[in-house]
Design a protein around this ligand. Sequence first.
Ligand code: NAP
Length: 192
Amino acid sequence: MRNLTYFVAVSLDGYIAGPDGQFDAFLVEGDHAMPIWERYRGTAPTQLASAAGLTVTDGPFDTVLMGWNTYSVGMPDHHIPNPYQHLRQIVFTRTHEAPIGSEGMQFTGSDPVETVQALKQEEGKDIWLCGGGTLAAVLADEIDRLALKINPVLLGEGIPLFGTRKYAAALWQRVDTRAFNSGVVLTEYRRP
Ligand SMILES: NC(=O)c1ccc[n+]([C@@H]2O[C@H](COP(=O)([O-])OP(=O)(O)OC[C@H]3O[C@@H](n4cnc5c(N)ncnc54)[C@H](OP(=O)(O)O)[C@@H]3O)[C@@H](O)[C@H]2O)c1
């Protein structure tokens, strides 16, 4: 069965973005960048990957899930209404319509848990939970793998890895950890 993987950058104090959604404190460049890209190929917006000469095919995912707030980071200032065109894109929102330029994407107010359970019954590659924390907390019990890009920074405040909604306590099994000179650590866990 397909795994749901929450692959996300996080600060040392457990935030995926600052209080206003800023994520410029996370390290983009450094010796971690290419190895993490090779492991999670396809997890950059199609346009940005293309501009950087990166190939988006042959990655572990064929589907990406986003909460509206995560999706809307690309809108409107960055003009990326259709970020991951090489993946099946599902955005969860109960209040927004599909914006212009988002053709081919799916915007749904459906229960994320039911949506994921249905997706897992389909054939395909793994499913990438892009974020954010609010959606991750809703889907916490459905997440099979956690892949954390831990950045060597304290943010002090911000959007928590699993939002503010309560979710079940669980023990996870570490699968792999790679530490880089940049200070970034990629650590991966699976549900035992
Ligand atoms: N560090 C990283 O790698 C990383 C990755 C992803 C995101 N982020 C950051 O995370 C931040 C966004 O996270 P967030 O926690 O604020 O928001 P989020 O999880 O991205 O989106 C929350 C929104 O999703 C919709 N939603 C939530 N539960 C739903 C449900 N049960 N059914 C239908 N729709 C539902 C709602 O949208 P409506 O109000 O429209 O209904 C809700 O307001 C951004 O700043 C982004 O930059 C960081």
